[in-house]
Ligand binder design. Structure first.
Ligand code: SF4
Length: 64
């Protein structure tokens, strides 16, 4: 299954992804973006977040 991953070393914590896709991305207590565990990630929203991420740090990984 495909799963988004945020490269935290690149992330500038602009919160665009959490605004665009609150179901997928959220802020954790440490102040970092985290990817929520979902059975499926809505592709439209994910594409939008990837397109708008100013740091280009959202990548898609293939997971078994
Ligand atoms: S849009 Fe990109 S840079 Fe901004 S918080 Fe999300 S992952 Fe980080």
């Amino acid at each position: 299954m495909k799963r988004p991953v945020v490269e935290l070393s690149e992330c500038v914590v602009c919160e665009i992804c959490t605004d665009l896709c609150p179901d997928i991305f959220s802020m954790n207590d440490a102040g970092f973006v985290q990817v929520n565990k979902l059975n499926e990630y809505p592709q439209d929203c994910l594409d939008e977040a990837i397109k708008n991420c100013p740091a280009d740090c959202i990548v898609i990984e293939e997971e078994d």
